[in-house]
Write a protein that binds this ligand. Sequence first.
Ligand code: C5P
Length: 223
Amino acid sequence: SRVVALVPAAGMGVRLGENKPKAFVHVGGSPMLTLAVQGLIASGSVDEVVVMVPAELVDETRALLPVSPTPVHVVPGGAERTDSVRAGLDAAPDAAFVLVHDAARALTPPALITRVVDALRAGALAVVPALPVSDTIKSVDAAGAVTGTPDRSGLRAIQTPQGFDAELLRAAYATGTQATDDAGLVELLGTTVQTVTGDAMAFKITTPLDLVLANTLVAQGGN
Ligand code: C5P
């Protein structure tokens, strides 16, 4: 069955403090987007990749991406992340399984990508990589006062790629709900989301500190 990986990279987010969209910020000399796509291809578990970028960056993005036997398509994203994922789904009509992967998780080990696909092939309809949380997590109110301390043993930090039965993800996106988490949309439909073991190397490069860590890891050959 055909596995298509969608990489939403159409945000203009500048939280890293660089003057370009995050997916185009370099890590170890390559754009994060390029590294993320290379990881998907290297897994050997993905048949096709669709990257969604700002419309004005489609042509230059094509030049940045690896040339490989695995087809890599670049399409314009939309105003919100959900619009970008929808554009990616539209570009992948023959997918049986869909992965949605953050470009910012540029150092994701190919073995993690394969774990997600294997769980889908084993029958799971929705799969997310998960790691135990090492920090204590508290809920707070608008004034910053603590309202609760959930038992840490029952919490997980969720990574990408998130994997889905293609029809299920299309149905989730057809509801029109906005969400930052694809699995969250599927949960709203009442479908069980399965976890597989995540990997610390799949961390999301979000802050300047993360960028230092990522560059150091690539320089050490840790990628
Ligand atoms: O800005 P935020 O961190 O929520 O973006 C999450 C991901 O969604 C980023 O990879 C970003 O490029 C992508 N995105 C997108 N289309 C948008 C907004 C965000 O593909 N319109």
